[in-house]
Design a protein around this ligand. Structure first.
Ligand SMILES: [Zn+2]
Length: 461
């Protein structure tokens, strides 16, 4: 099966060219001009006036994550289909080590959720719930098996929380085995004190989830884990950075030459603490770290421009408002934490970043696809390149559409961006050479996505 994509503007992180892309089987076989004159193809896609970009990569999703007595609603099938409609052709999800059990048991459980269901390629990070000698040894095995990234938390005491000693030991292990520690950096112990006091004072609405989690406590934890990593001689990656206090710490570390990396998410760029107001409706916006006051987002945009933030992911973790978010009525601490977003990232970043004049098209591609591929060990993804996987998006940078729960493909009953008009949208999406999205038509299939054995980070070599 050969597909020829003609006359597109090919936007990579490092260059923009005009021409044709020939896909042969699962790979990009040839890039050039007027290829139609010299090669034959089974199908031709006219990309005149459109961009051809590498399929986007979302390195932070939580399909079917158990949280607070319920499960994130999207399965690997519904979640990856929604991702594809939004131009994302690879996700990396977080497998969870059950406390007291092995990493292997957690990994097996996530393979069972994804195998035969995922519609696009996927990899796993491993959440380490308790650091033990046998778990440290298992980390080496996982790195060799293509799961070279591990997430630990300074937040959620009693659930995912690890103390500094445990985090330090895990970092020492990755300093030896070439893995990468990803950190949820908020001071969860102090946050729980404030949240308890806030609730006891009669403040029960979702808004108080936001005010209980001070950005200062994100900055503190970010600095702490960066310094732990420095002492351990290991790199560190901060997930879902939301606060300028935390960005200041990452920037300082990078200015010192430390291998410190960080991602942010669209919710921290486009939404604010005010969205948590409006009574219990604010539950739709409960996530951790929380949405911040409006003065943080402009700093995060600067971080994206200056490469103090290298990646934009979603932290996609959808819970229905009805029946799930409602579990926290009367106590903001019981609202399941997480927002839907896997479908919206590419368009939001195009609209706010490129159309908004803050990012070049190349930098946009770098943030949503190329840097994630390089940082997370996917050398065949993240670029429109001969020999690479034909994960490609024909992107219309001019099409305007309105985000709404009525039309999105995520299996969740609301949208955080309801009614927001954005410019830019995926017209045709290919996953390893197969067209899986064509306008509103779904041509993909459950089980077509493959598990990706990832390499060690290319940024750390
Ligand atoms: Zn997350």
């Amino acid at each position: 099966m050969r597909t020829l994509i003609t006359n597109g503007t090919i936007v990579n992180a490092d260059a923009t060219t005009t021409g044709d892309v020939l896909v042969d089987g699962e790979q990009v076989a040839l890039i050039g001009t007027d290829l139609g004159a010299s090669v034959s193809a089974d199908t031709t896609i006219d990309a005149s006036g459109k961009w051809v970009i590498p399929g986007a990569i979302d390195v932070h999703t939580h399909m079917e994550l158990p949280f607070g007595g319920t499960f994130a609603k999207d399965t690997f099938e519904t979640g990856t289909r929604a991702a594809a409609f939004g131009g994302t052709t690879t996700i990396i999800d977080f497998a969870v080590q059950p406390r007291g059990k092995s990493l292997r048991q957690g990994l097996d459980a996530w393979h069972a959720k994804a195998d035969g269901k995922a519609t696009v390629d996927y990899g796993f990070h491993m959440i380490i719930s308790d650091v033990r000698d046998d778990v440290l040894a298992e980390m080496d095995t996982l790195v060799d098996e293509g799961v070279p990234t591990f997430k630990l938390f300074t937040a959620y005491p009693g659930v995912f929380f690890s103390d500094d000693g445990a985090i330090f030991r895990a970092m020492q292990q990755t300093a030896r085995n070439g893995g990468l520690i990803m950190m949820h950096a908020e001071n969860g112990l102090a946050i729980d004190v404030v949240a308890g006091q806030t609730f006891a004072a009669g403040n029960t609405d979702p808004y108080y989830h936001g005010v209980s989690r001070s950005p200062v406590l994100e900055g503190e934890a970010t600095n702490r884990v960066i310094r732990l990593a420095q002492a351990a001689g290991a790199p560190v990656y901060i997930v879902h950075l939301s606060a300028r206090h935390a960005l200041d710490e990452v920037r300082r570390a990078r200015d010192e030459g430390l291998p410190a990396y960080a991602e942010t998410c669209p919710q921290y760029l486009f939404l604010t603490l005010d969205d948590l107001g409006n009574g219990f409706e604010g539950a739709k916006y409960v996530c951790s770290p929380p949405l911040r006051p409006a003065d943080h987002a402009p700093e995060l945009w600067k971080g994206l421009v200056h490469d103090d933030l290298q990646v934009v992911s979603t932290d996609h973790c959808p819970f229905d408002f009805h029946g799930q978010k409602e579990m926290g009525r009367g106590d903001f601490r019981k609202v399941p934490n997480g927002l839907p977003g896997v479908e919206n990232r590419v368009d939001l970043m195009h609209d706010g970043g490129v159309v908004g004049g803050q990012l070049t098209p190349n930098r946009w591609v770098e943030l949503i696809s190329t840097a994630p591929a390089r940082l997370f060990g996917l050398p065949r993804k993240g670029a429109v390149a001969v020999g690479g996987d034909a994960d490609l998006v024909v992107y219309d940078p001019n099409r305007r559409h309105t985000i709404s729960a009525a039309t999105h493909h995520m299996d969740v009953d609301y949208s955080c961006y309801e009614g927001r008009e954005v410019q830019g949208g995926a017209d045709v999406v290919l996953s390893r050479g197969k067209v899986i999205v064509e306008g509103e038509a779904w041509l993909g299939a459950a089980g077509d996505g493959r598990f990706l054995k990832r390499e060690r980070s290319a940024y750390l070599r």
